[in-house]
Every structure is written in structure tokens, then in C-alpha cells.
Design a protein around this ligand. Sequence first.
Ligand code: S3P
Length: 188
Amino acid sequence: MYQKSDLQIKSMERNISNIVLVGFMGTGKTSVGIKLAETLGMNFIDTDDIIEKDCKMSISDIFALYGEEHFRDLESAVVEKVCNLNRYVIATGGGIVKREMNVKRLKATGMMFCLSASPEIILQRTSGYNHRPLLQVENPISHIKRMLNERQPFYACADYSIDTSDLNVDQVVEKIISIFSLYKARNI
Ligand code: S3P
């Protein structure tokens, strides 16, 4: 298990023209990312969308046919590709942080925000959808709690964390913009 202190990235080596959104499923990465990009006049991409388009297959089918490790390999390949972008908001799949190299690359590519939410809110926001294979289980709440626990040290590697449990999309976007603007002003 890696930690924030393992991710030594010199500020000179960081491209701060992009914003990277990480966080557990149902924390709002895609909806916030779209609105954020629109508000800042930036482009938007979602690593899950790229995988589905490249493979011409849904994520559920990739998991079912080839398993999670294969999906993680595809995800890492997409991370390598998106590292060369400029002025993009990059939303990522909830498990992208499981690989240290992904986090290292993504942090070098942009400012990383982690969106979080309580297990109950995550359940509320994700139930009713069946496109997330890891949540198609008997007792999703205990599964969510366990995965959140396991991934917590990885999510803690982000530059900033925002709890979206009680916030709407516009409020999260506003918070990110105020932090990002301050950071850019200090680093130009
Ligand atoms: C996953 C999250 C999903 C998707 C895949 C695995 C995870 O993305 O990448 O189902 O491991 O947390 P979202 O976080 O966008 O739902």
C-alpha cells in the first residue's frame, strides 16, 4: 500500500493547466466535472468513457468477460494517454487510485481533487443504476464501507478533498474554482 509521502512530485514538474477529479463511485465526479469544464471554458473527459469507446464495450461487460485486473490495465493505459492534455477537466473511475503510478501520473498532469461522500449518500446516489459492477452485490452498504476503508489512504493522496454529501453540483464547482484560482494565482 502506497501513501501520499511516496508521491514525490516537484512543483516544477507539475502541469497545473488540468483539473483531475478522483473519488469513490457516486461522489459526483462526472456531473461536477462537466459543469466545472463548462464554467471554466475547459474541455471534459471521463476515463471510463474513453475505455468504453476504445473497447466498444460497457464497463460491466469488460468486468464480466475479462475481470477487474484487465479493466485496471485498460484504465492505466488511458491515464498514460491523458497525461499529455492541456486545459482539461479529467474525471476518473473510482478505483483509478488503486495503482500508485496512476496517481503519480495524474498528479503530475493537474491539480487533483478528491470528492467524497458518506456511505449512505453513496448508496442513495448509486442505487437504481446497474452499470457499476462492483456495486451489484447482496449487501451494497457494507461493501461500500469496506471499499471506502481500503481506498481511504489512496484518496488521501489528492491535493484537496471535498465532501459532497450535503452539497449540490454548483456548490462543489464553486469550491473547486475558488481553490484552483488561488493555486494558479500563487504559482504563475
Ligand atoms: C469503479 C468505479 C467506476 C468504474 C468501474 C470501477 C471503482 O467509475 O470505473 O465500475 O472501482 O470504483 P465511477 O466512479 O465513475 O462510477
